[in-house]
Design a protein around this ligand. Sequence first.
Ligand code: FEO
Ligand code: CA
Ligand code: CA
Length: 640
Amino acid sequence: MAHDDEISNKSSNRPFEDVLKVNMTRRGAIKGGLASAAAFFAASNPALAAGVKLSKMDQLVGFEPVPVAQGNGPVPVISADYEYDVLIPWGSPLEPGGPSYDGNPSTRPTAAEQREMIGIGHDGMWYFPIKDEKATRCGWNDDWDEWKDDRDWHDNNGRHGKGNRHGMLCINHEFGRNPHVLGKEQPENLGDVQLSQHAHGVAVVELQKKKGKWTTVASKRSRRIHVNSPVNFSGAAADSDLLKTPAGNAPLGTVNNCANGYTPWGTYLTCEENFNGYFGATNSTNTWSATPAQERYGFSEEGFNYGWERFDARFDLSNPDFVNEENRFGWVVEIDPMDPTQTPVKRTSLGRIKHEGATVTVGKDGRVVCYMGDDQRFDYIYKFVSEDNWRKMLKKGKSPLDHGKLYVARFNDDGTGDWLELTIDNPALAANFADQAEVLVYTRMAADLLGATPMDRPEWISVAPNRDVYCTLTNNSRRSEPNAANPLAPNPDGHIIRWTDSDKHTGKEFKWDIFVFAQDTHGTEQSFSDPDGIWIDPDGRLFVETDGGQKDGLNNQCLVVDTRSENPAAEMKRLFTGVTGDEITGVTVTPDRKTLFINTQHPGNGDPSLTNFPAPTDGVTIPRDCTFVITRKNGGIVGS
Ligand code: FEO
Ligand code: CA
Ligand code: CA
């Protein structure tokens, strides 16, 4: 999203740029290391183990890329080998026959109508296949006994035929600015605020492919979740007084839902990122000034100018009745895509940060491991490890996301790293926090005390077939001066870091290197900047999505590269480019991987003079965020 430009981390932890500078000299060694790592990869890559020969990179990623010269303008462009269709733009009815909004600039939906519609700000999402009318969970999680290597995906190989054409899509609606949603800078009444609130959140929407075209269908399971929906707290901070307000109001809602995760037990994880921007201070009863904790999380009198606090006291930081309301945001929230009666659960043991995503993988002994980025300049990367095998925990009625250890990453100069546990048992934390609940509510401040490494805005994380973990560091304009000895500094355009965790993701050490610097692609046909969304498929294809100013007039884009590549900057291929002013984000597939879903977010930044997409270009229709359904013309696996 348009980023929170402040730096909230005033701790003196050594910025990642410093570590990087030292590590630049390692780059040659890393390349040599990669070549010798190929044998290890071959041993651990299921496709290779199955005897599939992958001697050339283009066997994994073989499509015709979109040329730089074509990837601009008010409509998307896709590889000549692919085609796309548009699905669920903002304002679409959640189910056929419901209220709808088509981008007419002279009107807007009411708040009540918006509650029944697809929201705006399409972002992270995941597709949960349905294999029969009872909506039995399938695809990613039903054949538990067939899981190979306990990896975090399911090698479906075309099984679940019905699930490839019928499923629940959980999709985040991260944000929509007031001019886009309301047609004005500020709300004028509570109805305006509620329209904005209902445009945010999550949609759980039932989709079916009928006569070759994906569409929403009448559903017992589709629902909207927004900032006024009931939620529950669970995990180690659930009962904390820090999550209670003097007003005694029940916990409601989720907001600024950015990236996502999904669990092996078939649930969706939505992540609250820039929640601070929806709070402000009217100072009508008290004069507000930020506490150190509020400062560390970026709260301010104006917020991001949504103006909710003016008509909804819950978001007024200066209202004494709603002290602590802001602590109820910044969590990972678990949603059951198949049960519309389920109350979304905020999993406090995963910590309170500006959560970008929550990438779950299965580690040693069947413990689940959740990797999470905190997207702000100089903030950190975290992981959570469940206390036991996830199946055993579920059988005992315990959520694997409620009981376990939370760690923050320190990247050492020598290419090693350490996971530092955020526990009240650590004297450094015990001296500053009352209990584990307080450590979790103020996770950022606890991580400051442990000496975690400030990063260049950690965004999405994904796990490769060989268990390497990849994380996009989208950019950091405050990074220091260029290093003449190293072409990769300064770093205004971002890079992708990766690490190999010890003990199948559950250990306390890791080894890291840099997969690619965006800057190395500039001036080439593979040019990209500001990597944000990523997903690695079960064959090792890395899908990269961008959010920021691209070079050479390019719109934001989706590219694909083989994770085994020794020169990814030269071997990226551009699958898709969006429209003027948008961001490309969100990535999920059907189990057979023949259908890919990605999103355009904030097309034209809401300005109809830049684009009217998905409406035909007419100069007046309000552009609307939407999902793209992408297929290979030859029916092949997406990304191939
Ligand atoms: Fe919502 Fe950091 O992107
Ligand atoms: Ca993002
Ligand atoms: Ca971003």
